[in-house]
Write a protein of this length. Structure first.
Length: 458
């Protein structure tokens, strides 16, 4: 007897209790008849890989497509946009470390090289995007969640998440370009803070040497004291005008008084302070008096290498870094928004071009250079302020008009889009001059491959 079962259709179904089974019907049976038999026996189509279908053959994904609550939407967005790409990318990269995984990737590349390249780039992007492009991860999750709340299915929400991840870095670049005053104020605060931190660190190093020298009982010899008093007397001509300077000479020549490192440092501070306040005393002579005291300090420490070296290094840092930056950020300390004038000043330009390398605290110079780049970009963008938006509007609306578009609403919308694009380009040009803006632009190296891979697979 011939086997008739081979000509039957096998339809996966499940009963009212959810028990799956296979229903056999002869080939060619009309669908209406099949549905009638299924309704009679309380059966429904069943496909474990694609969800359940109702009696009419339509997919029943009520539970899968049901709009989740707000917590569920956020979790779904984070899972689809951040967690799953991260885990999938990590797994794909781990597979490449094995011979089998590498061989499989090479085989796929032979058939579809571009697709495989995008896939591997997407693996890398999925891993690094949450780390280097957090705003893209947040935006994609938010866009996915919002799309779900607007009634989109999961696939549509994933598309919205991909678009949100691509738009976010560009939006950040444009935002940084619109926030120039805030950027300059922040750089002014940071420049002042870096200068004060460097100054405090150098002062602490010098104080440590002074304290250790005093603890060891180091003091000037009578001959050293006499020589220093003679140098001060020779260079400080107008005796009697500054009582403190006269007192210093008296203390140096007093045989009953010891002169230690802390005394010399106090003398140096008093000389710099008192003589600089005397308008009739030449500043060059004041510097020579101060240098004489510094020379005496070096002579006192010269037999002790462990103290002489850090002392020399501290003074070198003070002259090379602290003093030049003090002149630059002095006004910024009082009015921190004036970093614009300090960054563009001739003095800062001269310090940057100084022989032997730039003068000033490196961290301060970095902030000033950032401010200068920002200001130059802003000035350049101002020259394009009236050109870019107008050109964008003309190209947007005019191009549509040349293409045959006649609807006033469409022309107006495309003109407005051109204006917005021009403004975005102008602000983006400034934003790329900021560290945050450049970082956001570089985020595309991580975001774009992931988006391209997802769109290709979809």
């Amino acid at each position: 007897m011939a086997d008739t079962t081979s000509s039957d259709m096998q339809i996966p179904v499940h009963d009212a209790d959810g028990t799956p089974s296979i229903m056999r019907v002869p080939k060619g049976t009309p669908k209406a008849q099949i549905h009638a038999v299924m309704r009679e026996n309380s059966l429904q189509h069943y496909d474990p890989s694609a969800g359940q279908t109702d009696q009419g053959g339509q997919t029943d994904q009520g539970q899968a497509e049901e709009k989740p609550g707000w917590l569920g939407s956020i979790w779904e967005g984070a899972k689809d946009e951040v967690i799953d790409p991260f885990l999938r990318g990590g797994q794909g990269l781990m597979e490449l470390t094995t011979p089998q995984g590498t061989a499989a990737a090479l085989e796929r590349a032979k058939e579809h090289p571009v697709r495989e390249l995008l896939h591997q780039a997407g693996n890398v992007g999925g891993v690094v995007t949450p780390i280097v492009a957090p705003e893209a991860a947040i935006a994609s999750t938010a866009a996915h969640t919002g799309a779900r709340w607007l009634g989109f299915g999961r696939g549509g929400a994933q598309t919205a998440g991909t678009i949100g991840g691509l738009v976010a870095p560009g939006a950040r670049v444009i935002y940084e370009g619109t926030n120039v005053p805030g950027q300059l104020e922040r750089l002014g605060h940071e420049a002042t803070g870096e200068y004060q931190a460097a100054k405090a660190a150098t002062q602490a190093d010098l104080r440590n040497v002074i304290t250790e020298a005093d603890n060891r009982g180091l003091e000037l010899t009578p001959q050293q004291r006499t020589d220093l008093a003679s140098q001060i007397d020779r260079r400080y001509v107008p005796r009697g005008q500054v009582p403190r300077i006269d007192q210093i000479e008296t203390e140096l020549l007093d045989p009953n008084r010891t002169i230690r490192m802390s005394d010399l440092d106090r003398y140096h501070t008093d000389v710099r302070t008192r003589l600089s306040q005397n308008p009739t005393y030449p500043q060059s002579e004041m510097s020579r008096v101060a240098d004489s005291i510094r020379d005496s300090q070096a002579d006192l420490l010269s037999p002790h290498t462990d103290l002489a070296q850090p002392w020399r290094e501290g003074l070198d840092r003070w002259g090379h870094d602290i003093t030049p930056s003090q002149r630059i950020v002095g006004r910024v300390a009082r009015n921190r928004s004036s970093i614009e004038s300090r960054a563009m000043s001739d003095e800062f330009t001269a310090q940057q071009r100084a022989e032997g390398g730039p003068l000033g605290v490196p961290a301060v110079n970095e902030r000033l250079n950032q401010a200068r780049s920002l200001i130059e970009a802003q000035r350049s963008a101002r020259r394009l302020q009236s050109v870019l938006p107008v050109a964008g509007a003309v190209l947007g609306g005019g191009g549509s008009l040349i293409g045959g578009e006649r609807d006033p609403g469409t022309l107006a919308a495309e003109t407005i889009a051109g204006l917005l694009a021009g403004e975005g380009l102008r602000h983006g040009r400034v934003g790329l001059a900021t560290p945050a803006g450049r970082a956001a632009a570089l985020h595309y190296l991580a975001v774009a491959p992931t988006a391209a891979d997802r769109m290709t697979r979809r």
